[in-house]
Write a protein that binds this ligand. Structure first.
Ligand SMILES: [Fe+2]
Length: 380
């Protein structure tokens, strides 16, 4: 039996603020799919670690990311679509559209940047000794891609030489998933969940199957190993077998969709999973992938974007229907979110100083180790 992190690390704004500055602002953070922004000028406004970040598709089709802050007077350049908290929405005004296929214009004094963030022009200002356009580029954010996902890194590490690459941060997940055509997959359905639980509880829950027998009866029908011995003998490297005749995460355990091209024999009939710290959870079946991106909102609130990814050759079929996978996942997801919310409610109690991980929950220890490695030794 190992101690969990202290309960207050899941409940207090102070601890979330530490995580924001020491994890979410410093690590590569999964923020979306490349397929979301296919055309120059397509953009997304994303909030990470209390910062607003603008991700744009630049003219050559590559993604760029900038702090969503004008270099002139600091105005926010773009508002997230339909955000009722945005100043424009609150005052019931419409400020001029800011982004075109080749420029970003600040709505305040109309300073205009190209999509790479370089200042193109500022009305009535000419280049001079104290105004050189190249000194006024938007503050950049590092962006990189893997498996069709894009990741952002807000802060550079102090030492340029030890700058962690996305690949080094992802580690063995890259080779473990190499036969899955993740880059080619497309989102056929997505569900946004607003879960009243700390983001770490959701990761911990994802990392163990001790709870599966009690919480997920339907899932255990399809994957009986999940309830054997508290899920302690699961071999995730080779994949988890389904019940005889079943090979995917649907209610029947079967589907009309073909397996992804390139999978090995095990992967065609077994289930795999990956947790890519800090905020991407991948669940890999032979014909679809469920991808969960976590967006911590408050100590006790996490927004989860759950996408269902399929191969384009299946999506393009006239009778394509993703709902056998979607409906099964939605059931399992809602069971997980409900139990995570129960934990969040319980650990608020003054009597609960910390919890325990039983031996079959060992992978959950990863979260304790991960948090401590990023935040330094924590009082116990
Ligand atoms: Fe679960």
């Amino acid at each position: 039996m190992q101690k969990s992190l202290l309960s207050r690390y899941y409940t207090t704004p102070e601890f979330l603020a530490r995580e924001q500055s020491q994890i979410f602002a410093r690590e590569w953070f999964c923020a979306g799919r490349e397929e979301d922004l296919p055309t120059p000028g397509n953009h997304a406004v994303l909030e990470i670690a209390k910062e607003s970040i603008l991700v744009v598709c630049a003219p050559q089709g590559q993604l760029k990311a900038h702090y969503n802050v004008c270099r002139h007077r600091g105005s926010r350049l773009c508002e997230p679509a339909q955000d009722p908290q945005s100043p424009d929405a609150r005052w019931d005004v419409t400020l001029p559209a800011a982004i075109t296929a080749n420029s970003i214009r600040c709505p305040y004094h109309q300073w205009t940047y190209n999509l790479d963030g370089e200042l193109l022009g500022a009305p009535f200002l000419k280049d001079s000794a104290d105004f050189r356009k190249e000194d006024f580029s938007l503050h950049p954010v590092a962006i990189d891609t893997w498996a069709g996902f894009f990741f952002l890194k807000l802060e550079k590490s102090d030492n340029e030489k030890t700058q962690p690459t996305l690949q080094s941060q992802l580690g063995p997940a890259v080779t473990r998933t190499q036969r899955y055509p993740l880059h080619d997959l497309r989102t056929a359905h997505a569900i946004n969940y607003d879960v009243a639980a700390n983001w770490k509880l959701i990761l911990e829950n994802y990392n163990e199957c001790y709870h599966c027998g009690g919480v997920h009866p339907e899932l255990c029908e399809v994957v009986p190993d999940f309830k054997q011995a508290g899920g302690s003998n699961l071999n995730w490297d080779d994949g988890i077998p389904h019940r005889p005749g079943a090979y995917t995460f649907t209610k029947s355990g079967t589907t009309t969709r073909a397996p992804f091209p390139g999978l090995n024999e095990n992967e065609q009939v077994r289930h795999k999973g990956e947790l890519c710290f800090p905020n991407l959870m991948l669940s890999l079946a032979c014909d679809h992938v469920a991808a969960f991106v976590l967006w911590p909102q408050a100590p006790d609130r996490t927004r989860i974007v759950c996408r269902f990814l399929f191969h384009p050759s299946e999506i393009d079929k006239p009778n394509f229907n993703p709902m056998d996978a979607v409906e099964f996942w939605d059931l399992v997801n809602r069971q997980d979110w409900a139990i995570c919310e129960r934990v969040q409610q319980g650990i608020r109690s003054r009597v609960h100083k910390f919890g325990y991980y039983a031996p079959m929950e060992d992978p959950s220890l990863d979260i304790r180790n991960y948090i401590q490695s990023r935040l330094g030794p924590l009082p116990e």
